[in-house]
Design a protein around this ligand. Structure first.
Ligand SMILES: Cc1ncc(COP(=O)(O)O)c(C=O)c1O
Length: 365
């Protein structure tokens, strides 16, 4: 009765862990900041409500938000777009779905990091495509050579995610430039998922759209401003990409939530101190976690961004064992075959929780 496409995707391996957790478990499985949305952003939403801004908006998103995003891309990401080259979506998730739906015909291949964010392969399959994992190197980076080796005549897109979920890796500028050249040479689109761009502790963020216009840049206010529940993301790309993505968006979504768009406008145009404060506290927690892991002798590539560490624990049942002892982490294989033997630890939680969890890990692992 159900489609082959839907049967071919699994319930997320992370979700399964939550279902098995006790009420007092320490949750290091979450993919969201543990902070509340800043007040000035909430005020944007309250004002929208009190002004009755509760109807459909333009399909592409409210013009003032798209205009503000043009300024953000120019200033922070060093590339220029016009407001009609931006679409506001229901989270980065919808933007990924639109990009893949617009590009993929049945049997087309999408290259993606393995391990990589769980949605990439599922959304590729939903779009009718085939997901090809690009093995990461020993530093958990996606090397241009490794990408080159995976390209076939069927390859339509490469998904790049720096800083990465689940590894925390930040790709270097020269590697991103090389990837952009590969995309141009092979007429392949880069889908660049930049949702963690503001959480970088060493190194710097590079957008491939600086180097190529065969790029769909995807981002969201979700992580940057602690707004995961508001469901606002956005994509920037050449107008021909946005026009095709808009066709899908207008039928499945019509527009992103009007009230949340006003909150996102307040986030993008308002004071940015809240972002720096979150980044500073994530850095302290990252260092605490890395120290704890290293004291246990657990090998972990130093995550330079996002709020995840991806240590190699060598035990495929580690996540289950930790769960039984009251610590929720995501099993590495949830992120692809090459994630086996690892766990993903989210350190978007209090230092007290991290310390308690490290104590338990020391006994279990
Ligand atoms: C790499 C990455 N991309 C996209 C998303 C989805 O973001 P949103 O909540 O804006 O849909 C997530 C959420 O965990 C993520 O980790």
């Amino acid at each position: 009765m159900f489609s082959e496409k839907v049967r071919s995707i699994d319930i997320s391996g992370i979700r399964k862990m939550f279902e098995g957790a006790g009420p007092n478990a320490i949750n290091l499985g979450l993919g969201q900041p543990d902070f509340d949305t800043p007040e000035h952003i909430k005020k944007g939403a309250v004002q929208a409500l009190s002004e009755g801004f509760t109807g459909y908006t333009a399909n592409l998103g409210i013009p003032e938000l798209r205009q503000a995003l043009c300024g953000k891309f120019e200033k922070e990401n060093h590339f220029s777009v016009r407001p009609d080259e931006i679409i506001v979506t229901s989270g980065a998730s919808e933007a990924l779905h639109l990009a893949l739906s617009a590009l993929i015909d049945p049997g087309d291949e999408v290259l993606m990091p393995d391990p990589g964010f769980v949605s990439y392969s599922a959304l590729t399959k939903i779009a009718g495509g085939r997901a090809t994992g690009v093995p990461l190197d020993e530093k958990l980076t996606m090397k241009p050579d490794a990408v080159n080796e995976c390209i076939t005549p069927k390859t339509k897109a490469i998904i790049l995610n720096s800083p990465s979920n689940p590894t925390g890796t930040v790709e270097k500028k020269q590697e991103i430039k090389a990837l952009a050249e590969i995309a141009d040479d092979n007429d392949i689109t880069i889908i660049s998922d930049e949702v963690y761009e503001h959480f970088i502790y060493e190194g710097e963020h590079t957008s491939p759209a600086q180097f190529s216009d065969n790029v769909i840049t995807i981002n969201a206010v979700s992580k940057t401003y602690a707004m995961t529940g508001w469901r606002i993301g956005y994509a920037a790309a050449r107008k021909d990409y946005i026009e095709q993505m808009l066709k899908v968006h207008q039928y499945i979504q019509a527009c992103a939530c009007s009230i949340s768009q006003k909150a996102a406008l307040a986030a993008i145009t308002g004071p940015q101190d809240c972002v720096g404060e979150m980044r500073d506290s994530f850095k302290i927690r990252r260092d605490l976690l890395l120290e704890g892991l290293s004291a246990m002798g657990i090998r972990c590539v130093r995550p330079e961004g996002a709020f995840y560490a991806f240590p190699e624990v060598g035990d495929k049942d580690a996540a289950q064992k930790l769960l039984k002892s009251g610590v929720i982490v995501a099993p590495g294989e949830a992120f692809g075959n090459n994630g086996k033997g690892h766990i993903r630890i989210s350190y978007a939680t209090s230092e007290a929780n991290l310390k308690r969890a490290l104590g338990i890990m020391g006994k279990v692992l």
